[in-house]
Write a protein that binds this ligand. Sequence first.
Ligand SMILES: Cc1ncc(C[n+]2csc(CCOP(=O)(O)OP(=O)(O)O)c2C)c(N)n1
Ligand SMILES: [Mg+2]
Length: 243
Amino acid sequence: MALTYLSYLKTDRFPTPWCPGCGNGLVVKATCQALEKLEIPKRNTVVVSGIGCAGRAAGYFDMDSVHTAHGRAVPVAEGIKGANPKLRVLILSGDGDLLGIGGNHLLHASRRNTDITVICLNNEIYGMTGGQKSPTTPLNTMTITSPGGNVARPVNAQAIVKAHGGFFARSTAYHLGHMEKCIIAAIEHKGFAFVDARTHCIVNNGRRLGFRDSHEMLMYFKDTFTRNDGAAALSDVEIGIPR
Ligand SMILES: Cc1ncc(C[n+]2csc(CCOP(=O)(O)OP(=O)(O)O)c2C)c(N)n1
Ligand SMILES: [Mg+2]
């Protein structure tokens, strides 16, 4: 019997711990719809997460999953792939987890071109711990640890991954059909693949920035990002799959 997207999830564990209005569930849904479209069996797929709100994702997949220590989703995924290359290994984790504490692992996994799919639930913040600035917080953005505006430039994951010949794509929680396509292409890519899945945190980020509700954050994605599939590189306000 064909699998439906919901059958990839442990729905009996719902509700998730995510706040009302959180975009993480949309990224999980797009991931499951990608798995459904690709008719990927549950048996030979492993989902790995680190720590954070996004890091809770792995526990909701009805397949082998690992909730690793903070920042360690990538090396654990590499270990799984190395031990059994027949397994398909997906990571769903946060921007802080993958690009902050785990940034060094990302650098070297992309350099090694390990055949894993990394879906970064990027809310530009450390959501779980209350809204501290993360490695993807834009310049000048106010957070609880940058009350006068973030003075550091965000990490350029696209440049890191592409410099090593890996697959990179970006989409948002508003552009769900597009996100699903990006995740499908990432899963189909042989080698290291990274999807910058922009998601919104209304409770610990958006309200501080003046958004009244999560719908306004989704409309921000709609109004800000333009599609640019096939370009050599994406600008900060573009979604797509660069060459
Ligand atoms: C070694 C270690 N350092 C710090 C923490 C505290 N901590 C828990 S979640 C988190 C940030 C997670 O941010 P991100 O990966 O962006 O996930 P989000 O909550 O935003 O989805 C931090 C710093 C921890 N659990 N372990
Ligand atoms: Mg985050």
